[in-house]
Structures are given as structure tokens and as C-alpha cells.
Unconditional design. Structure first.
Length: 275
């Protein structure tokens, strides 16, 4: 089952990336020809690819750090409030998590709309357009990504905190440790296996963000200033009918994510963590 769902599509993706596969080959007008690493050479020789790759890495890193910070902070907050506020926060967070990406992106666009959005009115920004500038557009997308991603981190970390023996936390509090010191010196080391899982999941999700960027920046922003690798691959494969080039971008993304995950796990194993 895993082979059919994962290995075969990856095999097909890699296979197409080594051939010339455009609309002419799809329609049967021209034969498919073997290109070897020609598509990768063309991709790596394109300056736009490196710009998009850098933007993707920086954007994904900002999303991961922000999501983990918000999720962990709210998980700790859940342990400090009463049952009714805890239930309300959990339901609100799960509602954000369950919202489809297209719907959430559309709502956030309305909130920051230069003409009708309430955010500009509250901040007194007039008709300021958040999607016009490159940094502000990325920031707006980051807010939406964090909003729909932090519930997973919050619920997972909260479950881990509840599994920590209360005697350990009480002993730390009796020793005079602050809440930040308890988190840094007691909870974080004990929750490290859980934090590994949520971090890797966040890296994978945020590195291949597509819907939020595509919807909120109208396909990548003005002159492609807000392109990330997933949107860039979509443009190459479907807008330009360069399916082989889009597949090559997909293979590069897969290798990058595998490398990041394996390096992270290896560093943890060197520290003696059991996963």
C-alpha cells in the first residue's frame, strides 16, 4: 500500500524529470526524448530558481519558528487556565485547524483588504495594500500559515505536558524556578521527542506551502516576487507546460526535505535521544 501511494508516484516524478515532457509530448505530437540531467542543468542555471529557493527557505524557517513558538506558548497556557477557558481555546484552535486553506486564505485577505478590511481601519493605515510589497505580502501569508498550523503543535505539546509527572513540576516550582526556566530546563528536555515530531512536520508543511501563497498573492505576487518552490513548480509544469522541469523542481524539494529530516534525526541520536 505504501509503495503504491508513495514510491510509485515518486518514481514517476523522477522519471519525467529525465525526459523532455511538454504539451507536445502529452498530446502525442512529438516523441518523448531522454534528456538525462539536462532539465536539472537548465533549472540550476536559472537565476530565478535560486532566488525562489532562498525565499522558500527563509519563509519556511520563519513559519516553523513562529508556529512552534505560538503552539508551545498556548500549550503551556492550557495547563494554567480552568476547564471552561481551556475548552473554549481548544475548540477555537481546532476550528482554525479544520478550516480549508482556500477558505482561511480568503478570510485573511478580506481582513487585510485595503478598501473594506477591518485591520487597516483599526491601525489607521488607510488604503495600504499588504499584498503589494514583497515583505508585507510574505508577512501576511505567514500569519495565515501560523494561524492554521499552530493548533497541531498546541494539542500535541499539551498532551505531552499532561504526561509529565506533576511531582517534577512541583519540585521545580518549590526550588523557585520561573515558568520560563521550568519550560527550558524541565519540560523542553522531557518533551524533546514530541518537539522533534512537530518540528519535522512543520518543516515539511511550511516548505511546501502552495495554497496560501497562490491565493493570497494571486499566483506568486507582482512579477513573481512572492514565489516559493511549490508555486514555481506549478507555474513551470502547468502554466508553461514544462512538465519535466516542474518534476525536476519536485525532486529537488523532495531531496531537500529528506536531507533536513535525516540531519535533524542524526543530530538527536548523537545526543542520545530515543525516537
Amino acid at each position: 500500500m505504501l509503495g503504491g501511494l508513495l514510491l510509485y508516484p515518486i518514481y514517476q516524478l523522477g522519471l519525467i524529470s529525465f525526459f523532455e515532457y511538454t504539451q507536445a509530448q502529452v498530446s502525442g505530437g512529438e516523441p518523448t526524448t531522454f534528456q538525462g540531467f539536462g532539465n536539472y542543468a537548465e533549472l540550476f542555471g536559472d537565476p530565478q530558481f535560486w532566488q525562489v529557493l532562498l525565499a522558500t527557505v527563509l519563509f519556511a524557517a520563519a513559519c516553523v519558528v513562529s508556529t512552534l513558538a505560538v503552539g508551545c506558548a498556548l500549550a503551556v497556557l492550557l495547563t494554567r487556565v480552568r476547564a471552561l477557558p481551556r475548552l473554549a481555546l481548544m475548540l477555537a484552535a481546532l476550528g482554525a485547524w479544520a478550516t480549508p486553506a482556500v477558505t482561511g486564505s480568503t478570510v485573511w485577505l478580506f481582513l487585510f483588504d485595503p478598501d473594506f478590511g477591518p485591520v487597516n481601519r483599526m491601525l489607521g493605515l488607510g488604503d495600504h495594500s499588504w499584498t503589494y510589497g514583497r515583505i508585507s505580502a510574505f508577512f501576511l501569508v505567514l500569519l495565515e500559515v501560523v494561524w492554521c498550523s499552530f493548533p497541531f503543535v498546541m494539542v500535541t505539546v499539551y498532551a505531552g505536558i499532561r504526561a509529565v509527572p506533576s511531582e517534577v513540576l512541583e519540585a521545580a516550582a518549590l526550588d523557585g524556578a520561573s515558568q520560563w526556566r521550568i519550560w527550558r530546563s524541565v519540560l523542553a528536555p522531557m518533551l524533546r521527542p514530541i518537539l522533534v515530531v512537530v518540528t519535522i512536520q512543520s518543516v515539511i508543511w511550511d516548505f511546501k506551502v502552495f495554497t496560501q501563497i497562490y491565493v493570497m498573492t494571486n499566483g506568486g505576487g507582482i512579477a513573481g516576487q512572492n514565489l516559493v518552490l511549490n508555486v514555481y513548480a506549478y507555474q513551470q509544469a502547468f502554466a508553461s507546460s514544462q512538465y519535466s522541469l516542474g518534476s525536476a523542481i519536485g525532486v529537488v524539494m523532495l531531496l531537500i526535505l529528506l536531507a533536513v529530516t535525516l540531519v535533524y534525526l542524526r543530530l538527536l541520536r548523537r545526543q542520545g535521544e530515543e525516537l
